[in-house]
Design a protein around this ligand. Sequence first.
Ligand SMILES: Nc1ncnc2c1ncn2[C@@H]1O[C@H](COP(=O)(O)OP(=O)(O)OP(=O)(O)O)[C@@H](O)[C@H]1O
Ligand SMILES: [Mg+2]
Length: 240
Amino acid sequence: MDKVIEVKNLYKLYRVGDSVVRALDGVDFEIYKGEFCAIVGTSGSGKSTLLNMLAGLEKPTKGEVIISGQHMETLNEDGLVGFRRENVGFIFQSFHLIGTMNALENVALPLSFRGEGRISRLKKADKMLDLVNLKKHKKHLPNQMSGGQQQRVGVARALVVDPKIIFADEPTGNLDSHTSEEVMTLMQRVVREQKKTLVMVTHDNHLATYADRIFHIMDGKIVRVEDNRKKREDKEHETV
Ligand SMILES: Nc1ncnc2c1ncn2[C@@H]1O[C@H](COP(=O)(O)OP(=O)(O)OP(=O)(O)O)[C@@H](O)[C@H]1O
Ligand SMILES: [Mg+2]
């Protein structure tokens, strides 16, 4: 199997006044192509710190992050920006849509940062909105859509650049439980259909069960890795 993410001996220490916070305290793991992984832990356990290191948004104190064979720690700021633009999609808790742009324009936006022409941009965005079941809302502004619809626009926008990896930090944090389940089902489906690798941070153990594997993080350490695929298979055997 293709290794997409490799983390080795990763530490992130923050100095606050006289004390040191060990936000990441020796983390090691590997994530493979096509996996949907959840990072689960309580508030302050280090989830966002870990995701920021994986995405190259922050520098580790020590250790290695290797994405698709590329060592993040060897890239400078420009290199990181370019790498993210080519390889990574983001889904945010608060959607981060542009209020003055309709759904289609919002989804097309990451392509304009890559210098893609208008017609080709809108065509790809249009296809992505079909994929997330928003055929009827393409001309809607964010404030003319429900939270769940806005987050589906967020998912389409993350996918439009055809990234290898998608990072999501509490993607359903602003949604009710029913809508959260819908968005999770959608993410699960697109990861499978498009063979993407998705890394999602959540504090919600139930939502994490949508993932193939769950990494439990506590005080900056991965304390347990759960394999849901195995559990699902075992369940199928039980019912036969
Ligand atoms: N810039 C910073 N300076 C100092 N300490 C920080 C900084 N960022 C994070 N921390 C500390 O590192 C630890 C991990 O924070 P992190 O944001 O990764 O937690 P989290 O698991 O994402 O929590 P939440 O669920 O509340 O978002 C916390 O103790 C936090 O206070
Ligand atoms: Mg966080």
